[in-house]
Design a protein. Sequence first.
Lengths: 266, 251
Amino acid sequence: MSGVFSPSRAQIKERTLRTDKWWLQPLATFGVLFSFVIYATFRAFEGKYYYAEHLISPFYSPCLSEACVPEAVIGGFNPISAQIFNFPLSPALIILIFPLGFRMTCYYYRKAYYRAFWMSPPACAVAEPHKKYTGETRQPLILQNAHRWFFYAGLIFNIILTYDAILSFKNKEGEWGHMSVGSLVLVFSTAMLWMYSLSCHTCRHTIGGRLKHFSKHPIRYKAWTTISRLNHSHALFAWISLFAVAFADIYVRQVASGAWTNIQIF
Amino acid sequence: MARKVNLRIWRGDSTSGSLQNVEVDANEGEVVLDVIHRVQATQMGDLAVRWNCKAGKCGSCSMEINGKPRLACMTRMSSFEEGEEITVTPLRAFPVIKDLVADVSFNYKKAMEIPAYEHPADLGPGEARMEQIDVERSQEFRKCIECFLCQDTCHVIRDHEENKKSFAGPRFFIRIAELDMHPLDMLKNRKRTAQEEHGLGMCNITKCCTEVCPEHIRITDNAIIPMKERVVDVKYDPARWLGSKIRRREG
């Protein structure tokens, strides 16, 4: 008998006496994240419908495989073989580790999935089912400390996705100065990814949080206060950017497969 | 206008105990502590309850109300539905002494384990000067009233008694952060000891401590996560480590 059922503690048989719907939030989180994982896995292995008329899916950018359609490759740089051990390797599988790693090690998502998937704990003051707990002190969870490296990689991805969003302002003939619904979708998705990255706790630390004397670094202090304000909404940006990226991929897929028409605004 | 409310109060000690039902009047504007005092005055004369300021500033009346760690003096009766049963128990992360009183001495032991502020050797009394922007982060943590609700809700010790040896808990992580961010504190190894001796790595940042803090201290975002990042600087970031060897880096 351990935890709230330890002999020295108040003898109460219920694992929680909470009367509110404490299970609703972890359940909803589980449903949404699990659905995203299923969809992302399907799309990562699909290996097609990721490029359509200057729109490239964020799941497939940068497209680094020899299997990429030529228009999706930036500057002809596609150094990675289309196959591994005679199995076709989807271009998405090469790069997804970076955005996935950034989200998996994100301080907000850690809260979300530790509660929703691992039930450690499922909700505050609700006893968890595990007999032992070592937190993030051992492998594999000690790797959560690599968050900053995924953050740096995420910034590079954001720059590439910004480039992709700019390219979407071309028309079918490759002329600049045009905009389609797809352009708006990619711009919104990229903007939300930037907000998610910039509001990140690691960004806040790197910009100025690690300083002991703000007064000696007034510019970094200003930047830190701005990032701190964004950081209040980090969870919101985490969710919005997740939905935005998923929708951007769905949009490109539908256009590329011919199911939807990318309406040209001007 | 008074209304009748149904209370379930945990009564007992470390050997046995149970929830006991009681019906009591609640007047407009009252808080849970008022109603418990009425029960004590009219029906359960030997009911043990710890309290002091009745203003949310002393942190004495910490207990669990409908399963949530709360201050009884700051929980309004009007926050409950008409006819809703209200369950009141002692803090469930700590040993019970009697009725609603828990033994929170674990926290005092942990407080003594945190290395104190180390003043610069070259500064005499009255010579220390600090700018407001350098101390405002630490000042947030000084709002702590030591109610220990964050300690109570933290699953690392609430659900795992064996972790109490190696885990200081959120209240003391904000103490460590307060000192590590202090512009004049000279102690060098605070980050390492936070991880290696006080169990910072065991926190999986589920933010329950922040949710229950009656002073609205952003424990996780402003203390625990920044400390985790500082620990990464000294323990898990080879680039930072190399930088510190090549040139002296101090904020």
